[in-house]
Design a protein around this ligand. Structure first.
Ligand code: PMP
Length: 446
């Protein structure tokens, strides 16, 4: 046994990690800070299941926070990565695979003859994708101010952490230390789904706003679906004031449907087309890969054609690209139908279990994404999301974990289903829910 597998309990693994890694984690929510207890140390994942360092397996509803649309370690994706690895890990030069992936993504984002994007630049993380999209928007408009929504998460770049979702929401932070005030001042944070606030921001800052960045459907403060027509309104309002709309599909892209959230809106009759779109997660099928897409005139502002600089040693990494191509090729309508159906089964059972246990709750859904909030009434914005009995979640979470179901370790995260969640896996989730709901019912505030 080598050093990395020597730990025999999750507690041992966590203690050893904490000695050399801040908080024992390389991304904060993994530390179980808001649910307490010992974080899992995972050694393997296959299909709908993950295996911890003790050899125990869990039905997984984290799915690597989204990428594992097909389930973990899909054999064809793993084979594609192995084949790519046999030809070399990184070249620092262009590859045919990058072009193939860009063609594939542009093709999928062409809905009813309308191109959602014309070009795509690949990077390694969603953070880089949104950071670069903002730089392109500023370069294109010659303006500095960015509008974002409270509770939306766009990665951890300086300007985007204000009132952000995901770990910032989980930890209850207003933003991050280490962000210069001058940079934070360039971000206007507005309440989500609030048209008046958007209009007022443009009126208050004439000629200064470069772009609105929005999650295509909010999913980082729990699920916050856009009200019908809200994304279209954002695009029209931005354009009326000479600004751009950046649609962040890092989480929703290729997960809620073949053409992401935008594709769902198009299918429902919308006609708007975003200026810039960011992708991550599913685009790399579990490998570090992300992208910025948009109209050619905007993407061609990037170096080497234009003055907006962006680069990356590992950008378009051949292993990541191979995983992305294999994943997108496999993600057909049947996959999306399976993921949608699995989400319906689990969200319905969750609703019933909490109702039976007498726990006030609301389930928010956006496509196959859903989350629970312990409150009465819908969740429209970040204020609503925080106005809940979040203290019920740790008991609920741990009851599920004890029963062998791994949920996101924060009430502010969406639950992720995959095409590998078969009847067996779903049965285990459904069997665990009633006791977890009762645990939530008998929880008390700290
Ligand atoms: N945008 C959205 C909508 C996200 O959900 C995330 C990550 N959860 C990011 C950007 C950042 O992506 P990454 O973690 O790959 O940097």
């Amino acid at each position: 046994m080598n050093a990395s597998t020597a730990a025999t309990t999750n507690a041992d693994a966590a203690a050893r990690a904490r000695a050399v890694i801040p908080g024992g984690v390389n991304s904060p929510v993994r530390a179980f800070g808001s649910v307490g207890g010992t974080p899992l140390s995972i050694v393997a994942a296959r299909g709908a299941r993950v295996t911890d360092v003790t050899g125990r397996d869990y039905v997984d509803l984290v799915a690597s926070w989204g990428p594992a649309l097909l389930g973990h370690a899909h054999p064809e994706v793993v084979a594609a990565v192995q084949e790519a690895a046999s030809r070399g890990l990184s070249f620092g030069a262009s590859t045919p695979g990058e072009t193939e992936l860009a063609e594939l993504v542009i093709d999928r984002l062409t809905v009813g003859g309308t191109a959602g994007i014309e070009k795509l630049r690949l990077v390694s993380t969603g953070t880089e994708a949104t950071m670069t999209a903002i730089r392109v928007a500023r370069g294109a408009t010659g303006r500095d101010v960015i509008v974002k929504f409270a509770g939306h998460y766009h990665g951890h770049s300086d300007g985007l952490l204000a009132e952000s979702g995901s770990g910032i929401a989980t930890l209850g932070l207003p933003g991050s230390a280490g962000v210069p005030a001058d940079i934070a001042a360039l971000t206007l944070v507005l309440p989500y789904n609030d048209r008046d606030a958007v209009r007022a921001a443009f009126e208050a800052h004439p000629g200064r706003i470069a772009a609105i960045i929005t999650e295509a459907a909010g999913a980082n403060a729990g699920v916050l679906a856009p009200e019908p027509g809200f994304n279209d309104f954002l695009l029209q309002t931005a354009h009326a004031h000479g600004a751009l709309l950046i649609l962040d599909e890092v989480l929703t892209g290729f997960r809620v449907g073949a053409a992401g959230w935008w594709g769902l809106e198009r299918a429902a009759g919308a006609t708007w087309v975003p200026d810039l779109v960011t992708f991550g997660k599913v685009i790399g099928g579990g490998m570090p890969l992300a992208g910025i897409g948009g109209r050619a005139e905007l993407l061609d502002l990037l170096a080497p054609l234009g003055p907006v600089y962006q680069a990356g040693t590992l950008s378009g990494n051949p292993l990541a690209v191979a995983a992305g191509i294999a994943t997108l090729r496999l993600a057909d309508t049947e996959v999306y139908a399976r993921v949608d159906a699995a989400a319906s089964v689990v969200s319905k059972a969750l609703d019933e279990a909490l109702t039976d246990a007498g726990v006030a709750h609301v389930i928010s859904r956006a496509g196959s994404l859903f989350s629970v909030a312990f409150r009465n009434g819908p969740v429209r914005d970040y204020t609503d999301a925080r106005d809940q009995e979040a203290w019920r979640y740790p008991a609920f979470f741990h009851a599920m974990l004890d029963a062998g179901v791994s949920l996101p370790p924060s009430v502010f995260e969406a639950w992720f289903l995959t095409a590998a969640h078969d009847d067996d896996a779903l049965g285990r989730v459904l069997a665990a829910l009633p006791a977890a709901a009762r645990a939530a019912a008998s929880a008390s505030p700290a």
